[in-house]
Design a protein around this ligand. Structure first.
Ligand code: UDP
Length: 379
């Protein structure tokens, strides 16, 4: 073994694939019984409908290098993600666009009129100087839209004072003064034609790659553990950075998700793949209806059944799967301390959303793995 990769998500598999292609013998271990981290998907057994086990994963990128790379393992469908949101029993399009604004205010504003209105409703806040989630959100869409679509959704999603959350979270979403309601702005977008798991398995399908599942790096009773291997060979670690150091600098804030899945005896439950629920009186944040991610599979999917999943968000305990870094000021201080500790770990490279405590999308995780391979490991 020339390289050990801890974690088989997109970051880990990209490193493993590049290293294997360069002739290195790589072992990938994962604590879970399946490959792919939170991108893993599987077909719901009674309907055959592909379910993203850890919530909807939408692939999009404007990075040509990443796009070329991922196309080596899968083709992509022409799926374009659109999200709707059910506020007080009325459905609006997201991200906030001219359609949302005109529907909300029962008006027919032109782009310039809508811009002027939102500017007025943003009051004292300006996107260039906004300090946190709330200020940035109000600066972007004005107070009434912020309160309707962002305030309570974010309270459910993050359970953190919006003054303590980064403004970067809200600027993930575009605001458009046209009727364009594509969720993402990227050049390339689509879902893997044969599903996420087929894509992930193809990345790992190389004679130089050995994937071992249900193996915990921190379990000293099995040979591929931290104590035995750190310092012995290069290790790419993609698990939570605070876990690696036994929480020596305190636990970082992570959000986890719970899902309630249901197979329903209706052909179509909500007419779209993702419906958000931004109101405080609904406990979940959104409902995913998976058949809508693959309209091209209409022939093989049942027309009288559907699979829906309600998504609930909460703070992660140590035994939970972490999904999102909360990234408050305290967390950022903790992260800096962990980065200092990481410098002292000989030949251990921290990567991915969990290993770097960054809200990376899939294409960003792949892009940063390609860069790490090129700059730090391919020596
Ligand atoms: N958000 C919101 N209302 C919505 C959708 C998003 O308030 O209807 C906020 C929320 O704080 C969320 C952030 O915008 O965490 C980013 O949304 P995105 O859809 O990118 O989140 P993800 O799909 O990664 O959970």
């Amino acid at each position: 073994m020339d390289l050990l990769v801890v974690g088989s998500g997109f970051f880990g598999l990209t490193i493993a694939e590049r290293a294997a292609a360069a002739g290195r013998k790589v072992t990938v271990i994962d604590r879970r019984h399946h490959i792919g981290g939170n991108a893993y998907s599987e077909n719901e057994p009674t309907t055959g409908i592909e379910v993203h086990r850890y919530g909807a994963h939408l692939f999009h990128t404007s990075n040509e290098k990443v796009w070329e790379y991922v196309n080596r393992f899968t083709t992509f469908t022409s799926y374009v993600h659109r999200v709707y949101t059910n506020h007080s029993g009325v459905v609006y399009p997201l991200p906030v666009n001219l359609g949302t604004i005109n529907q909300f205010f029962q008006a027919a504003y032109s782009p310039d009129q809508a811009r002027a209105l939102i500017r007025e409703q943003a009051g004292e806040f300006d996107v260039r100087t906004a300090q946190n989630f709330e200020e940035k959100g109000i600066a972007l869409v004005g107070r009434p839209l912020f309160e309707a679509f962002f305030r309570d959704y974010t309270a459910k999603q993050w359970q953190t004072d919006p003054h303590k959350l980064s403004g970067d979270i809200v600027s993930r979403l575009p605001v458009r003064y046209t009727y364009d309601n594509r969720y993402f702005n990227d050049t390339h977008e689509g879902l893997p034609t044969d599903g996420y798991t087929a894509w992930l398995e193809r990345m790992a399908d190389h004679p130089n790659i050995d994937v071992k599942l249900s193996v915990d790096f921190f379990d000293a009773s099995q040979p591929l553990n931290r104590k035995a291997l750190v310092g012995q060979l290069p290790i790419v670690y993609t698990g939570p950075v605070d876990r690696y150091f036994d929480y020596a600098e305190g636990a970082l804030g992570w959000r986890t998700l719970d899902f309630e899945e249901e197979v329903l005896d209706v052909g179509d439950f909500q007419g779209t793949s993702v419906m958000n629920y931004p109101d405080a009186d609904v406990p979940y944040t959104r409902i995913h209806e998976f058949k809508h991610f693959h309209p091209e599979r209409a022939e093989v999917y049942p027309d009288d059944k559907t699979v829906v999943m309600r998504e609930f968000s909460r703070f992660a305990e140590r035994s939970d799967e972490p999904y999102y870094p909360v990234n408050t000021e305290d967390d950022r201080a903790g992260l800096l301390a962990y980065r200092e500790l990481a410098k002292g770990e000989k030949d251990v490279f921290f990567g991915g959303r969990l290993g770097t405590y960054k809200y990376l999308d899939m294409h960003m995780a792949i892009g940063s793995a390609l860069t790490m391979w090129q700059n730090e490991l391919n020596g």
